[in-house]
Design a protein around this ligand. Structure first.
Ligand SMILES: Nc1ncnc2c1ncn2[C@@H]1O[C@H](COP(=O)(O)OP(=O)(O)OP(=O)(O)O)[C@@H](O)[C@H]1O
Ligand SMILES: [Mg+2]
Length: 197
C-alpha cells in the first residue's frame, strides 16, 4: 500500500499558491519527514494527505485509488495541540473509544492510566491528553500516521516515550509515518528520508 501525492497544488481563497507540483510518496514501514519554513504549507499538505482538504491541482492516491471519503480513515493525523482535537464535552473513555476500542497493551505502551479514563479533557495535562490522541489515531485500519508537530509542546521524556511507542507499533504493523517537526535532531533520528517543500 502506497500513499502518493501527484503534482499537488494548493492555495487558500484569495491567497497566493502555497505550493504547486508537489510530489510525495510513502510506503509501508517508512518514516518520511516533511520540512520547510514556517508558513510554507506543511500543515496544509498534511491535511490534504489525510483528506481533510482537497488539493486544487493534482491528486492524492492510496494504492493508486482516490482516498476514501467515509468510515475510519487509513490515514490518521495527530496535531500539535491535543486540546483542539478532542471534544471538551466528552470524557476520555468516550473520546478514546469513538473510532475503535484500544486494548490494554496499547494503553500501557502509551502510558495511559486507567484513572484518566473517567476525567474530562481539561483535567489532563497536554502530554497526557496527547497520549489519548495518539492512541485514537492508531486504530487497526490505520496504514499511515501523520504526526504534525505531534510532540512539540511536550518535555523531552514524554516526547521520547510517545515516539518510542509509536515507532514500535508502526514497525510491528508496517505502518508508514509522516513526521513534521522543526526539531532537526528528532527529524534525523526518526526519518529514513526527508522531503522539502
Ligand atoms: N484556512 C486558512 N485560510 C487562509 N489562509 C490559511 C488558512 N490556513 C492556513 N493559512 C495560511 O497558509 C499558510 C500555510 O499555513 P500552514 O499552517 O500550512 O504552514 P506550516 O508550514 O505548517 O507552518 P508552521 O511551520 O508554522 O506550522 C500560512 O501563511 C497560513 O496563514
Ligand atoms: Mg504547521
Amino acid at each position: 500500500m502506497q500513499l502518493k501525492a501527484n503534482k499537488i497544488g494548493f492555495r487558500y481563497e484569495n491567497g497566493p499558491w502555497l505550493f504547486r507540483g508537489v510530489n510525495a510518496s510513502i510506503e509501508p514501514g517508512e518514516v518520511v519527514g516533511i520540512t520547510g519554513p514556517s508558513g510554507r504549507g506543511k500543515t496544509t499538505l498534511c491535511r490534504i494527505l489525510a483528506s481533510y482538504e482537497s488539493p486544487l491541482e493534482g491528486e492524492v492516491t492510496l494504492n493508486g485509488a482516490p482516498l476514501p471519503k467515509k468510515g475510519y480513515h487509513p490515514v490518521q493525523m495527530v496535531l500539535q495541540h491535543p486540546e483542539k482535537a478532542v471534544n471538551a464535552r466528552w470524557k476520555m473513555h468516550r473520546i478514546l473509544n469513538e473510532g475503535y476500542h484500544p486494548d490494554e497493551e496499547m494503553l500501557d505502551l502509551l502510558g495511559i492510566k486507567q484513572e484518566w479514563l473517567t476525567r474530562w479533557p481539561h483535567e489532563l495535562s497536554g502530554g497526557e491528553l496527547q497520549r489519548f490522541c495518539v492512541a485514537r489515531a492508531l486504530g487497526p485500519d490505520t496504514r499511515f500516521l501523520i504526526a504534525d508537530e505531534m510532540t512539540t509542546m511536550l518535555d523531552a521524556i514524554t516526547q521520547a516515550q510517545i515516539w518510542q511507542a509509536v515507532t514500535e507499533i508502526a514497525q510491528k504493523r508496517k505502518m508508514g509515518i509522516i513526521v513534521v517537526t522543526h526539531e532537526s535532531k528528532l527529524m534525523q533520528r526518526l526519518c529514513h528520508r526527508v522531503i522539502e517543500i
